[in-house]
Design a protein around this ligand. Sequence first.
Ligand SMILES: *Cc1c(COP(=O)(O)O)cnc(C)c1O
Length: 340
Amino acid sequence: MTLSLTVSRDEWRAHQRSLLADVPGMVPVAKGNGYGFGVGLLAQESSELGVDALAVGIAQEVATTRAAGWQRDVVVLNPWRPGDTAATNLLADPGVITMVSRSADLEAIKRSHPHARVQLEIQTSMHRHGFVPDDLPEDVGTLQFEGWSIHLPSQGSLTEATRLAGTALAHREGTIWLSHLSVADYQTLHTTIGVPTRMRVGTRLWLGAPSTIRTTANILDIHRIRRGERLGYHQSRAPRDGFIIIASGGTAHGISLAAPVPQRTLRQRGVTIAEGVLEATGRTLSPFSIGGRKRAFAEPPHMHSSMLWVTGTDPGVEVGEEIPVTCRMTTTTFDEVTLA
Ligand SMILES: *Cc1c(COP(=O)(O)O)cnc(C)c1O
């Protein structure tokens, strides 16, 4: 009785292959919770797919890909920083490409590991990491220069990519590694820029065909409850007659970790305020569906299960039944991932 992710393997792989056909030089990204699938499984899928490089977020994830059988190059996306022992150990690893984003770090690596494989990251309109475009490093010494990295915002613009790549290539020729261009824009850049290009893809690759994955919980228990009866850790009172439904899936799985939504419009802010009010009354909508409708939490989720409300005289489900649950795939840890 678990929180499960079920993947229609053949359809999922067909989607991966079709994206790879459209994105020459694609580099799968496997990091964090592995987009719900786990980094190890994504490394296995990348081996199946036949690509020659895989990107992870941090140094510690490299070992996970290798334990899963990955044998080719791994790019560590988070830039190297002094004092990061795990990342420093990988500078001597011939299968690892290290991201460098500051002059001081570049100089330190040149001294300590003069033959390390490095990519130089250029700062984009994201302003996360990277050398500023008008102050790119002059000299990489004897380091093995693997190219320039350009990490664009979601829906990155071809104009920005072209401008930054142009600046970089005027400095030093090399592969251009990109994130977040549309397939069409990437193809344009790929065919016009005159150097090899690579595009790192996570979400679009692993989660781009939603019909190929199913996320489900199980009903663990059903209890009739009368209006005014106390329930749960917090002993709040049932607002009316109905049922408390216990479903698998809780805080340990990342259930109900609210994603901070980017709030550009007043309307969006209004929605959040409205949801806050709902929360204040103790009836936050849960991600679990029963009878085709999302149900309210009876109280905040527990470690491995959640208490839900169903009002009325028929709970509409039975113990053991599987119900759909909407999961934010980058924060959910499933008990079982099944390729069916
Ligand atoms: C995580 C990450 C990606 C992948 O992002 P998706 O939106 O999941 O495709 C690409 N590039 C960099 C530098 C990243 O950190």
